[in-house]
Design a protein around this ligand. Structure first.
Ligand SMILES: Cc1cc2nc3c(=O)[nH]c(=O)nc-3n(C[C@H](O)[C@H](O)[C@H](O)COP(=O)(O)OP(=O)(O)OC[C@H]3O[C@@H](n4cnc5c(N)ncnc54)[C@H](O)[C@@H]3O)c2cc1C
Length: 411
């Protein structure tokens, strides 16, 4: 079995894992990233980045390169009932340069992060390696065992970071409960369609359209592509794509008739849609002796307001000084690492509260929800109250900044 020694073993090369890897490398530490997927085979995820993530990725020097690989700006979120706007978040009212949402294909963002990480001689990226076991020493977590095409490898590390997403294996191996909230679950059917030259161009906004069976989402995701999402009650996604594809396509056509031709033409088989189980959860704790969880592994969110990447990037930025301090003092016990959850937990709780409020608004049908609140929102649009609410959606906690005190200057 191949054996590797390092300071930090990050399991999962998603946004949380790679941003943390880059920060730790800049602080002069050795980092190994184990990633289950091989290059460009990563499973489907949303690609909308909030201004909070954009600002941090920019400060890391990653945003310009990621954008140059191909990205698309969006102006706003709108929740519609027919022609009526029920909710709106207009990012053009935020101060520049982050006065928009950005869709970046996930491989573009991850590849750019990897390019930056690879500038450090202390970085090792091991794609195609699935973490399947934890190494323990004197009762504490001391590394990870992973399998890949070239066999098994053991990574011994001073600290392990579980950044392996919402179905985290590391979390499970550590015996930490996922804290999944079933009532918030739903299935979402996704597809991305190329718009031909003759079609209506992709919208420069995220549009969520109310239909009798639940919301349908559409947004531009490349200069010539739209992303469509159709929500269904939990666990009905596979059943419906297999037995009632026409029902799904007709529902999409009713919600976004301007793309009707495209939808009927391109969605012909269940395989043209991806079914994603969407839920929210908060792990029962985020630290153990020698281990810390971040991103979706620690807290998973519903899709409302496209918060996941923003939170994952911010997690890495908040964990960075906690981890460099703990390693400098040679204390990576659970009590020391729990500082991360103490600092970050309230932000996450507040995002979850806001998402559940927005979910209630999206499902409400009374006169207040459909007539009074939209009128109120329009009246408040040019007030500081609207901007404050918008800032919270766009940035979450706007005070989060990169701590670069131990940067070793190799970049
Ligand atoms: C359908 C869908 C749409 C979404 N849309 C958006 C959106 O538009 N905007 C937004 O901000 N958020 C969106 N999200 C949420 C967002 O994708 C996540 O919150 C974000 O990716 C979390 O980042 P992460 O690094 O914590 O985890 P992930 O991005 O899930 O990365 C985890 C990584 O760990 C790897 N991994 C898993 N298990 C192992 C293992 N055993 N060994 C090694 N590697 C492993 C995976 O391959 C993956 O690369 C969406 C989520 C879904 C499901």
């Amino acid at each position: 079995m191949r054996e590797i020694d390092t300071d930090v073993c990050v399991v999962g090369g998603g946004p949380a894992g790679l941003v943390l890897a880059l920060l730790m490398l800049r602080s002069g530490l050795g980092v190994v990233v184990l990633e289950r997927a091989r290059a460009h085979q990563r499973e489907f995820r949303g690609e909308i980045l909030q201004p909070g993530a954009l600002a941090l990725l920019d400060a890391l020097g990653v945003l310009t390169g990621a954008r140059a690989r191909g990205a698309c700006e969006l102006d706003r979120f709108r929740f519609l009932d027919g022609e009526r706007v029920l909710l709106e978040a207009d990012y053009r009212l935020l101060p520049p340069p982050y006065d928009h949402l950005l869709t970046i294909p996930r491989p573009h963002l991850l590849d750019e992060l990897l390019t930056h990480c690879r500038r450090s001689p202390r970085f090792r990226y091991l794609p195609g390696r699935r973490a399947g076991g934890l190494l323990r020493r004197k009762g504490r977590i001391a590394g990870v065992v992973a399998d890949g095409p070239s066999g098994r490898c053991a990574v011994r590390a001073r600290v392990v970071v579980g950044a392996d997403g919402r179905f985290s294996r590391i979390r499970r191996l550590a015996g930490i409960g996922a804290g999944r909230t079933e009532p918030c679950g739903e299935d979402v059917l996704w597809c991305s369609l190329r718009t031909g030259a003759a079609e209506v161009p992709p919208p420069r906004e995220v549009r969520v359209v109310r239909t009798p069976d639940g919301p349908v989402l559409v947004h531009g995701c490349r200069p010539d592509r739209i992303q469509l999402g159709c929500t269904l009650p939990h666990r009905q996604g596979h059943e419906l794509t297999a037995s009632g594809l026409e029902h799904v396509t007709e529902r999409l056509v009713r919600a976004v008739p301007e793309y009707g031709g495209l939808i009927r033409d391109r969605i012909r088989a269940p395989g043209d849609l991806t079914v994603v189980d969407v839920f929210s959860a908060r792990a029962e704790r985020w630290a153990d002796d020698g281990l810390v969880l971040i991103g979706d592994a620690a807290h998973t969110h519903s899709l409302i307001g496209a918060q996941g990447v923003n939170l994952a990037v911010q997690d890495a930025v908040v964990l960075h000084p906690v981890l460099t301090g703990a390693l400098a003092d040679d204390d990576t016990g659970a009590a020391r690492l729990a500082a991360f959850e103490r600092r970050r937990g309230p932000d996450i709780a507040s995002v979850m509260r806001r998402q559940s409020l927005h979910s209630r608004v999206m499902h409400a049908h009374g006169a207040y929800a459909t007539r009074v609140r939209p009128r109120l929102a329009r009246a408040l649009r040019h007030t500081p109250l609207y901007r404050r609410a918008l800032q919270r959606i766009a940035y979450g906690n706007p005070t989060i900044r990169i701590t670069d005190d131990r940067a070793c200057g190799w970049a």
